[in-house]
Ligand binder design. Structure first.
Ligand SMILES: Cc1ncc(COP(=O)(O)O)c(C=O)c1O
Length: 432
């Protein structure tokens, strides 16, 4: 059992006050369940803690972690802004009625069509990644409608996290390096463009970061660069977006720091360093994704049985797969799980949880202690709110699960389970 879980008298897991088995019978498995109150609480923690009486701030939800129309509505209700990285994410936000002025359009390879979509809908800020993007954007803008832009810079900071979710090493595909002399020319040309309003820099050092110092180092390096830009070009950088990356709890090895105490400290540090560097303290923006949704998510699976291999490995077979749970295969991510219908049973054995995909790498959890599972037991995998639904695929033509929000003992469907018809909707016949 997870230390933060609640159960009822039948030893069933409760998610947002709803019995996990009730959810299974209503919506089937595999099923993504999001505890709505947990998401809202995280939003409120970021909004109330990322404040300083001398520093302007903004909290932006990184929608790549988990996005659908209901989530856009929730984020709007909680007052956060929204980061999108593709035409698809942008379209979802626009369709949900999310205020365009509060949308930040990121990504390292924005197409002409995506930029047009952003301009047509007056998306608030475009975060440019490189010179080519500047050329593409410049070809579409005019002086009558100035576009707010930021530039993604790479401060070369090495956050201690998995290589694939680390983004600011010098050879990262994102942004332009602050050590590259050409970057100053790029800043100058953005600034000189009469159709653009250059507001500042964006950087993001990676994900699942547990070291407060990584963020402080990021802020300090960026502030020094802002000073450098002021000295070299006479350009005052008004805004600094420090990206996301705040860690979440997956297993007991993960120890996220307290946002309530760290975020005000970070702002105070930024204020003091700006003073020392004799620059105006920029507005500071952050972009958490994972930390807002990861721990609110639970995936429910039906177990069909177990298999002990000749080599001595114990598998648990579920009706899920790497198609709905990719992070283990992709990043060797670790998870914790329980039997949602036998929450108080003693754990007995170590298992590898797998699913239906035709891949040896189809691993949901590599090692987890469980009671001996029986057919039709329900497995719950914890902390699956971030980068699960959003990374899900139809590999093996498996159907993407439904997404349900729970709160105050009630559940509501926010994304329907796919059907076989959905799978073939865009397929065209070869004909004769
Ligand atoms: C530009 C940018 N901002 C924010 C995030 C969110 O990161 P996290 O979910 O770790 O908070 C990411 C994640 O990749 C990102 O690329």
């Amino acid at each position: 059992m997870n230390e933060k879980t609640t159960t009822n008298n039948n030893n069933h897991l409760l998610i947002g006050g709803v019995d996990a088995l009730e959810l299974v019978s209503k919506y089937q498995t595999p099923l993504y369940v999001m505890d709505e109150e947990k998401i809202r609480k995280q939003c409120q923690t970021f909004m109330s803690s990322f404040k300083h009486n001398l520093v302007n701030t903004e909290v932006i939800y990184a929608s790549k972690a988990f996005l659908n129309i209901a989530m856009c509505e929730l984020i709007q209700q909680e007052g956060l802004s929204l980061d999108v990285v593709s035409g698809g994410e942008m379209f979802t936000a626009i369709t949900a009625g999310f205020p365009a002025s509060k949308i930040f359009f990121h990504g390292n390879n924005k197409s002409i069509d995506e930029i047009k979509l952003a301009l047509d809908h007056h998306i608030g800020t475009i975060v440019l990644d490189n010179e080519d993007e500047l050329k593409r954007l410049s070809s579409l803008v005019n002086k009558e409608h100035k576009v707010r832009v930021m530039l993604r810079i790479n401060p070369g900071i090495d956050a201690h996290t998995h290589e694939y979710i680390r983004t600011t090493k010098n050879d990262s595909k994102f942004g332009v390096s602050i050590f590259d002399p050409k970057t100053l020319f790029l800043i100058q040309s953005i600034h000189n463009n009469p159709s653009l309003e250059f507001v500042g820099f964006h950087s993001h050092i990676g994900s699942q970061i547990f070291e407060e110092n990584s963020f402080k180092e990021l802020a300090t390096t960026n502030l020094k660069y802002i000073q450098h830009v002021k000295k070299q070009l006479g350009i005052e950088v008004k805004e600094l977006n420090l990206g996301g990356g705040f860690g979440a709890h997956y297993t007991k090895e993960d120890k996220p720091f307290s946002l309530e105490s760290f975020l005000p400290q970070l702002l105070e540090t930024i204020h003091l360093i700006s003073k020392e560097l004799e620059i105006k303290t920029p507005k500071i923006l952050i972009e958490p994704g994972r930390a807002i949704v990861a721990e609110a998510g639970y995936t429910l699976y039906t177990i069909s049985g177990t298999k002990e291999t000749f080599g001595g490995k114990n598998f648990v077979f579920t009706d899920g797969s790497m198609a709905d749970h990719l992070r283990t295969a992709l990043y060797q991510a670790k998870y914790h799980a329980s039997l949602a219908n036998r929450m108080n049973d003693q754990v007995e054995k170590n298992y590898t949880v797998t699913g239906k995909a035709c891949e040896s790498g189809d691993i949901i959890i590599k090692d987890v202690m469980l009671p001996v599972p029986k057919e039709n037991d329900i497995l719950v995998v914890y902390s699956t709110g971030a980068y699960h639904y959003s990374m899900s695929s139809n590999y093996n033509r498996l159907l993407k699960p439904a997404v349900v929000f729970t709160a105050n003992g009630k559940s509501r469907l926010v994304v329907k389970k796919e059907t076989y018809e959905d799978l073939i909707r865009n397929d065209l016949r070869l004909g004769k």
